[in-house]
Design a protein around this ligand. Sequence first.
Ligand SMILES: Nc1nc2c(ncn2[C@@H]2O[C@H](COP(=O)(O)OP(=O)(O)OP(=O)(O)O)[C@@H](O)[C@H]2O)c(=O)[nH]1
Ligand SMILES: [Mg+2]
Length: 451
Amino acid sequence: MKFLDQAKVFLKSGDGGPGAVAFRREKFIEFGGPDGGDGGRGGDVVIEAAEGLNTLIDYRYKQHFKAQRGHHGMGSNRNGARGADVVLRVPVGTQILDENQETVLCDLTEPGQRRVFLRGGDGGAGNAHFKTPTNRAPRKFHPGWPGQEQWVWLRLKLIADAGLLGLPNAGKSTFLAATTAAKPKIADYPFTTLTPNLGVVRAGDEEFVIADIPGLIEGAHEGHGLGDRFLGHVERSRILLHLIDGTAEDVVASYRTIRNELNAYGGNLADKLEVIGLNKADALLDEEIEEKKAALEAESGAEVMILSGATGQGVQQVLYRLLTVIKESKAEDPDVIHAPATRSLPRPPVGQKLPDDGEMHWDDEIGEWVGGDDADEAFDDEEHEGEEAALAEDELEDGELEDGDDSESDETESEDAESDEADDEAEDSEDAEDQDGAPQKDTNGTKPDVV
Ligand SMILES: Nc1nc2c(ncn2[C@@H]2O[C@H](COP(=O)(O)OP(=O)(O)OP(=O)(O)O)[C@@H](O)[C@H]2O)c(=O)[nH]1
Ligand SMILES: [Mg+2]
């Protein structure tokens, strides 16, 4: 399957369904009262990390993903159904970035991990919610809250334990083929490898994953060669295996070129643990090996290992070294997914009924709003105050239909309960002639009035 590691897609969660305007109509029951149900919540946009996927190629062909809108409420207090979610299946290691590709909004690193990325809009309240002592036949309803929409970039950063680095032709793919069951293309010309390959190394009971990426050349960070665009695929590895072609004239220059590109790339790549391997030892004389090893050790200040991917010489030692470091690193920090080079910020709330007060906060881990039970209550009270004010106005206007758009703070459950009670009291004490006419007129032979 063709490899693609970035794609731009448009996501939209479903709008909430509108509430219904309806009145109870039943034989022998006069003035049945409002019974319009609430609209259903819009579908969410869910992102799921699926095992067995290694490319984002599917997202080249389909770029727009919209969740279903919530169904509208109906008479007899029937609430609308929830809109269906839309689920994007992406490879493990996929990050979601905002449109300018700077901020990581979500990072899926575990197989099966699911995130609600955009939450569907809440359904609007039906007219049953707007019953008050003074307006017994409200024709008011809420049209539902809009869903969220966003253009985002999906970017795959493969997750491997060890990353292979080197100039083109250093023998990276040969090493991968020699140590794993992967079958990368190997040839005697630069840029044989055009997209990353993964392979699993099995050493006794242990196993780890190696990533082979296209070779880097000087100026890769400025876009030379294939650029440094594939470096992201080794960014999350625990260790780098830097292979140097032993047959090159100046191995120190080769080493420096790659180090400079790592520094220019930024992030944590240059600080990552590195094993340096002088490759193609089979094609070198012993003195040459000694000389080049010493020069490289002087430059890097670290031990240089001698190997040949083609003959297998020294390969086991290199694998053992990699495995030791990987195991140590896993013992220290089992879930480490090294910080991405890009910034990661919490996602701001959009188009939700939930409040944006200090106590509630967006938990990026679970992709939901969390915190402050108090915050919920505070919200209800606050909204209720708003509601009372709105009702006071209503009264003045003699129960006229209010525009749904103006009534953003008009429905909460507590408000409903309270106003119901208030209603009962009002029935006893009040002579509600004015209002009584209204339900009859509204319900006469009409179906539930849904917008
Ligand atoms: N003598 C010798 N030749 C090798 C060895 N490893 C690789 N080669 C040769 O070097 C050439 C390049 O090998 P690749 O494995 O394709 O190199 P690469 O680093 O993956 O190259 P790119 O994909 O272009 O970045 C091929 O002709 C290999 O046969 C080795 O250990 N000894
Ligand atoms: Mg290669």
